[in-house]
Design a protein around this ligand. Structure first.
Ligand SMILES: [Mg+2]
Ligand SMILES: [Zn+2]
Length: 182
């Protein structure tokens, strides 16, 4: 059987999807996985997807925490996942905010972070998904031309009520429900 050369990927918003949304997570101590999200990542990996985090971290531009702290948060996330037998394939973050650091071309809903990952990992966008808890994430997926999924963890429930112009292809209760059903 001929195997497709390109990879398929899940582009994951971080806060409110993988870990609990606490509003500008600024310490590894406050990093907590959403129930079932580790299991979800395992399932997605088993189903052949690359796992790539795509996150806006404007707390850096706002001066809430330094980039070093973000690295420590990610180290903790990576370590905990490894202990559970699952590895992320990449993490992209935008540290900017237009009001504090001027305009940038990476902040979601700009698809730039996704498109960078696509080039680096040879990803087929049509078989890939952007999963987020906000309509901004859905818009990012739309801009990148991949499938777009809203999960109802984090800000998801509030965001679901705002669905108008920007429509997700699928809505799931959480990352695990998505992982099981896709
Ligand atoms: Mg989020
Ligand atoms: Zn940026």
């Amino acid at each position: 059987m001929k195997k497709s050369e390109k990879e398929k990927a899940i582009f994951l918003d971080r806060d409110g999807v993988v870990n609990k949304e606490v509003g500008y997570l600024s310490s590894p101590k406050n990093f907590e996985f959403i129930e079932g999200s580790i299991e979800a990542l395992k399932i997605l990996k088993r189903k052949g997807f690359l796992l790539i985090v795509i996150t806006n971290q404007a707390g850096i531009a706002r001066g809430y925490f330094p980039e070093k702290t973000l690295e420590r948060i990610h180290d903790k996330m990576i370590k905990r996942l490894k202990q559970n037998g699952v590895e992320l394939d990449d993490i992209y973050y935008c540290p900017h905010h237009p009001d504090f650091s001027g305009p940038c071309d990476c902040r979601k809903p700009n698809p730039r972070m996704i498109l960078k990952a696509v080039l680096k990992h040879n990803i087929d966008l049509t078989s890939s998904y952007m999963v987020g808890d906000t309509l901004n994430d859905v818009q990012t997926g739309k801009n990148a031309k991949c499938k777009k999924v809203l999960v109802l963890t984090g800000y998801g429930k509030e965001e679901q009520n705002e669905i108008g112009q920007i429509i997700p292809d699928m809505i799931f209760k959480n990352l695990k429900e998505f992982a099981i059903n896709i």
